[in-house]
Design a protein around this ligand. Structure first.
Ligand code: MG
Length: 350
C-alpha cells in the first residue's frame, strides 16, 4: 500500500498491529517502525542512527529559533489532513511566526498497543510529504509503545529549529500604535472540520481543514520588505485568543467583525455547534501586525502566496483607545470586548 507515491517498506498483512509483547514481539515492532521512518526520512542524520543529530551553527547574523508542540487530535484522520500533517505544520508554523526559516524537526511517537500498522504508515508517510512541502528535514525521532488503554491510538510530539536573520526577528513587543492587523485567509475551517467529523455532522459540502505550512508566506512578507512587527498562528483559541495574547497594557487592538473572513458553511457549522468563529482553531491561518503604510503591499503578497480559495484581509488596527483591551466592532455596530475563553473550548482539536 502506498501514500504519496511511497510504498510501505513492511508487509502490513503479516504485521497488522503494533504489539507490545515481551520478548521478540516488541523488538520486532520497533524494527518495523524504524524501517517505516527510514523509508520516509531518508537523510544523512536518520541514516547515521546516532543518539542525536549534529546540525551545525546557524549562518552569520542569524539567530536560532526553537519550539515544540504535542498533537493529540481526535479523530486522527480528518478532511484536509491527519495527525502527521498537523504535527509537521504546527511546529513549522510556530517557527515561521518568529520570522524564521524552519530547518530541522524531531518527532516522537507514543503509540498504543494494538494500533493498526496501516494507520501508522499513513501518518508516517503524511509527515514525510508535509515535511518535503515545508522544506524541513526530520532528523531525529523516538517511538514508545504503551499498553492498551494507556494512550488513545497515537500521540505525536514534534520540536523544531529554524534560522532567522537577526534584523528580521518578529516579536510581540514590536507591535505599536497605528499598526494594521491582517489575517491571511478565512477563519474557523480546521476546528469545524474536526468537530464535524467527530460529531458525524454532514454539511452540503465537506469542510476541509485549512492545515498547511505557512513559512513560505511569512518569508514572502519579509522578503518583500514589509515591516512585520509580529505574527501569530491562529491555532487553539482562534483569532480572538491570539489577539488577546498579543495585546499589552499600553496598546489596544480594534477589530472589525465585518472584515474577518468566515466562509458561509463554516459560519453555519459554528451556529449549529454554538461556537464563535473568532475562537475556533485554524492550522493554516495567521495574524500579522504590520506597519500601516505596508498594509496594502502585505495584502498583495499574502494573496499571491496563499491558497487560491481564500483571500487575506485587513481586520483591524492597533490603537491606544482602550489600553489592554481587544475591542470588536460587531456586525451589529455595537462594541464587544474579547477575552480569553475560560476553560478549554474544544478539547483535542490539535
Ligand atoms: Mg503558535
Amino acid at each position: 500500500m502506498s501514500f504519496d507515491g511511497l510504498v510501505c517498506p513492511i508487509p502490513i498483512s503479516d504485521y497488522p498491529v503494533v504489539t507490545l509483547a515481551h520478548g521478540g514481539g516488541g523488538r520486532l515492532t520497533r524494527q518495523l517502525i524504524d524501517r517505516m521512518f527510514r523509508a520516509v526520512h531518508d537523510n544523512e542524520w536518520m541514516v547515521e542512527q546516532h543518539d542525536g543529530a549534529v546540525l551545525g551553527a546557524p549562518p552569520k547574523d542569524h539567530e536560532l529559533v526553537f519550539t515544540t508542540d504535542s498533537f493529540v487530535v481526535s479523530p486522527m484522520v480528518f478532511p484536509g489532513g491527519d495527525i502527521g500533517k498537523l504535527a509537521v505544520c504546527g511546529t513549522v508554523n510556530d517557527l515561521a511566526m518568529c520570522g524564521a526559516i524552519p530547518r530541522y524537526l524531531s518527532c516522537a511517537f507514543v503509540i498504543e498497543e494494538g494500533f493498526e500498522m496501516e494507520a501508522l504508515w499513513r501518518v508516517v508517510s503524511s509527515m514525510g510529504a508535509t515535511a518535503r512541502e515545508a522544506e524541513v528535514v526530520i532528523v531525529t525521532g523516538d517511538t514508545k509503545v504503551v499498553s492498551r488503554g494507556q494512550a488513545d491510538g497515537l500521540f505525536i510530539n514534534t520540536s523544531g529549529v529554524g534560522y532567522v536573520e537577526t534584523s528580521r526577528v518578529a516579536r510581540p513587543s514590536s507591535v505599536r500604535e497605528g499598526d494594521a492587523v491582517l489575517v491571511n485567509g478565512d477563519v474557523g475551517r480546521h476546528g469545524i472540520a474536526i468537530m464535524a467529523s467527530r460529531e458525524g455532522l454532514e454539511f452540503e459540502t465537506t469542510i476541509e481543514s485549512d492545515c498547511a505550512p505557512l513559512a513560505a508566506q511569512t518569508r514572502a512578507l519579509l522578503d518583500a520588505g514589509v515591516d512585520v512587527r509580529t505574527m501569530r498562528d491562529l491555532t487553539r483559541g482562534g483569532l480572538a485568543t491570539a489577539c488577546v495574547e498579543l495585546c499589552r497594557d499600553d496598546i489596544s487592538i480594534a477589530l472589525d467583525e465585518r472584515a474577518v473572513p468566515v466562509r458561509e458553511d463554516v459560519r453555519g457549522g459554528c451556529e449549529l455547534l454554538g461556537l464563535d468563529p473568532l475562537y475556533v482553531a485554524n492550522e493554516g491561518r495567521f495574524v500579522a501586525f504590520v506597519a500601516a503604510e505596508h498594509a496594502d503591499r502585505a495584502l498583495e503578497v499574502l494573496a499571491e502566496t496563499g491558497p487560491d480559495d481564500t483571500q487575506p484581509a485587513c481586520i483591524g488596527r492597533v490603537t491606544t483607545e482602550a489600553p489592554g483591551r481587544v475591542v470588536l466592532k460587531a456586525v451589529t455596530g455595537s462594541q464587544r470586548l474579547l477575552d480569553m475563553l475560560s476553560g478549554e473550548q474544544l478539547p483535542r482539536i490539535c
